[in-house]
Design a protein around this ligand. Structure first.
Ligand code: F6R
Length: 241
């Protein structure tokens, strides 16, 4: 695991946008798994600007959804597919069919997880995982405790995540169950980018980087992954590097 510390959120987003653009230029058919949440939003905007300015061809990209709420249709404002569309697909002018979905709005949930895993395997695994850090160390919705080889599956969200998610949807009821891409696929990605911003992430980022590698902090598994890069702003990592 490597760490880059930027002055602020804007610089973190610029650095991340540039890195993602480079990854796409080097591999135009890259399979990317794409986090939602607040942290990467500006990085995706930076990426879209760079792609337009440098005329990078993104038409062959293979984006994958990272997680989804259970029984929330794509038209619901809480849907993470909808979030992925607004934050990632639309700025890159990619049609929605381009994204491999993790569907929480179907009757057969184990089947949906299985077909997602099959699609990841068929593509040869992820070239790049773009992740945010949950307040409890979750990556995707791999809530603690999660083993490093956990498959794509349905999970019950912890109180920490429910409280954190409540902030995204004002008065809407926060779903308590979700589907997540398994830790196994995330840790096997050929490149992992973890974006972390804000003083509220300071303690969990410290545990991620310096704490014991433990299922109680799923992000701590990244310590064992040499191709994981953490880009944190100074409010999340105010310590010497
Ligand atoms: C989002 C996701 C979550 C978030 C994490 C951080 O698809 O899977 O793991 O990345 O909860 O969220 P923010 O960036 O809003 O602090």
């Amino acid at each position: 695991m490597r760490l880059i510390v930027t002055d602020d959120h804007a610089e973190m987003s610029r650095v991340a946008g540039r890195l993602i653009e480079t990854a796409i230029q080097l591999n135009p058919t890259a399979a990317l798994v794409v986090a939602t949440g607040n942290t990467p939003l500006q990085a995706y905007q930076e990426l879209a600007q760079l792609v337009q300015q440098d005329q990078v061809d993104v038409s062959q990209l293979r984006p994958f959804q990272l997680d989804e709420y259970l029984h929330v249709p794509a038209t619901d404002p809480r849907s993470l597919f909808g979030w992925s569309k607004r934050a990632f697909l639309d700025p890159l002018q990619l049609p929605v069919e381009h994204m491999v979905r993790l569907r929480g709005d179907v009757a057969d949930i184990p089947g949906a997880c299985h077909s997602y895993d099959k699609a990841v395997e068929a593509t040869g695994g992820f070239d790049l995982a773009i992740l945010g850090l949950g307040p409890n160390g979750h990556l995707g919705f791999n809530e603690p405790p999660t083993e490093a080889d956990a498959p794509t599956r349905q999970v019950t969200l912890t109180q920490t995540s429910l409280t954190s998610n409540a902030g995204y949807w004002d008065k809407l009821e926060v779903p308590t169950r979700a589907l997540t891409c398994g830790m196994r696929h995330l840790l096997a990605a050929r490149q992992i980018l973890l974006l972390v911003s804000g003083s509220h992430k300071r303690d969990i980022l410290w545990q991620t980087i310096n704490g014991p590698v433990t299922s109680a902090v799923p992000s701590s598994y990244l310590q064992q992954v040499s191709n994981a890069l953490v880009i944190a702003d100074r409010s999340a990592w105010p310590y010497p590097v």
